[in-house]
Design a protein around this ligand. Structure first.
Ligand SMILES: [Zn+2]
Ligand SMILES: [Zn+2]
Length: 420
């Protein structure tokens, strides 16, 4: 056989194999080239989207009128890490309402990954004032003003044993702390999204209604954590009951009022042994933090055995391949019901009949949605001027800046000129 004949023979054998037996797609594709009828290919390599990809792609899925979707936007420890931000859960309801429960360090980028216009993310419930539960509030609040939020940000949070331990005090000081940031935006951007509405409620209210709008009722119960002034939340809507523990030692209020919840989140800290070996704590420190200040996996299981939710969600630990099995085993000593050990981007769709758990696929290159209402042009007279000193340092390059103005003016039919 000459060379051409040998190649033809080999191709023929491969094509025959491809038709008769299962061989890797790559082999079939290489062998077929231009010689095989391409109508054969789809049978081996589908070209249609899969009907159910078992992954949540943010921004692509309608929420049913009776459905609740919960997304973990922070499930880790006080120090955020690439895999896990600190505490934050997003609740979306079929009536269009959306709520954030805690907004811990690092959670803002997870919230952004959900591709929800910032105007709709206007309600934040803070369970207590540890930084891992509201550390990303400033960036969400002020950063949101340039991410097209034009709606005031509404905050709910508990009082403390004295005013300076309460949410109102914290929010007032947060606004003072960012005076410079706010000053830079004055007269430059539409700052309606920078307004804060602060709703402080008594930390010792027991099943007290703190929110009642649009058929959604949210109640608070006291928590035992840190100082007076930590709470847990219960959201009820459309016959569904969602409970968020924030941080708490096991307590009677949670056990009584979370009872029978459709969805119950409670902290579940690392067991003391792992606090020693993985986190470098001393043995006594590990016991104190892991069983007295927080809730160990075994204690979490005891709580959930009494609450009996449709699904129990454990969070607040570094959830890794070598950690989760031990945490789960320890929970299983005291609880045998439905359980999720939450990681960031875990998503639950809850209806009366079903609870579906998936992971969200994140688009790392997400951009904010456009503004939902018309922006009010800033009044430059409100801008705070530089001093003569700073102005004296400016190097103007009119030859490159003026063409930029001309470019915009040409596209949008405007007549803007450089300078504030
Ligand atoms: Zn805490
Ligand atoms: Zn915490």
């Amino acid at each position: 056989m000459n060379r051409k004949t040998i190649l033809g023979f080999v191709a023929g054998v491969v094509i025959t194999l491809g038709l008769l037996v299962s061989v890797p797609d790559s082999v079939v594709q290489v062998a077929t080239g231009t010689t095989q009828d391409t109508s054969m290919v789809p049978a081996l390599s589908p070209t249609k989207a899969l009907p159910d990809r078992d992954v949540y792609f943010p921004g692509t899925e309608d929420l049913l009128p009776d459905e609740m979707r919960i997304t973990a936007c922070g499930t880790g420890m006080p120090s955020a890490r690439p895999k896990q931000a600190a505490a934050c859960f997003l609740v979306e309801l079929g009536n269009g309402d959306k709520f954030l429960f805690d907004i811990g360090s690092g959670s803002h980028e997870r919230i952004a990954a959900m591709k929800i216009p910032y105007d709709f993310l206007d309600k934040v419930f803070i369970g207590h004032l540890h930084v891992d539960h509201y550390g990303d509030l400033p960036t969400f609040w002020l950063g949101g003003t340039v991410m097209n939020r034009l709606t005031p940000l509404r905050i709910w949070g508990p009082s403390g044993s004295k005013p300076e331990y309460g949410t109102q005090y914290a929010m007032d000081r947060m606004q003072e702390m960012y005076a410079w940031d706010i000053g830079t935006r004055s007269g430059v951007v539409d700052f309606r999204g920078g307004e804060l509405e602060v709703n402080e409620f008594p930390f010792d209210g027991v099943n007290a209604v703190i929110y009642d709008e649009n058929d959604v009722v949210i109640r608070s119960i006291p928590a035992v954590h840190g100082l007076d002034g930590a709470v847990s939340f219960i959201l009820e809507w459309n016959g569904l009951k969602f409970v968020y523990g924030s941080d708490t030692y096991p307590n009677k209020w949670f056990i009584e009022h979370a009872k029978g919840a459709d969805f119950a989140i409670h902290e579940c800290f690392l067991p003391p042994t792992l606090l020693v070996t993985k986190q470098g704590f001393g043995p006594l420190e590990a016991l104190t933090v892991g069983t007295q200040g927080h809730t160990s996996p075994e204690q979490f299981g005891k709580v959930m055995s009494l609450v009996e939710p449709r699904i129990a969600v454990a969070y607040h630990f570094y959830n890794d391949f070598d950690i989760e099995p031990e945490v789960r085993d320890r929970v299983r000593k005291t609880y045998d019901g439905p359980l999720s050990t939450a990681v960031d981007y875990m998503v639950w769709n809850v209806t009366k009949d079903n609870i579906r758990v998936r992971m969200a696929a994140k688009d790392e290159e997400v951009w904010p949605s456009p503004a939902l209402k018309e922006k009010i042009a800033p009044d430059f007279r409100d801008a705070i001027n530089f001093s003569e000193f700073t102005l004296s340092g400016m190097e103007n390059f009119p030859e490159v800046v003026e063409p930029l103005y001309e470019e915009i003016n040409k596209i949008y039919g405007t007549d803007f000129k450089p300078g504030l």
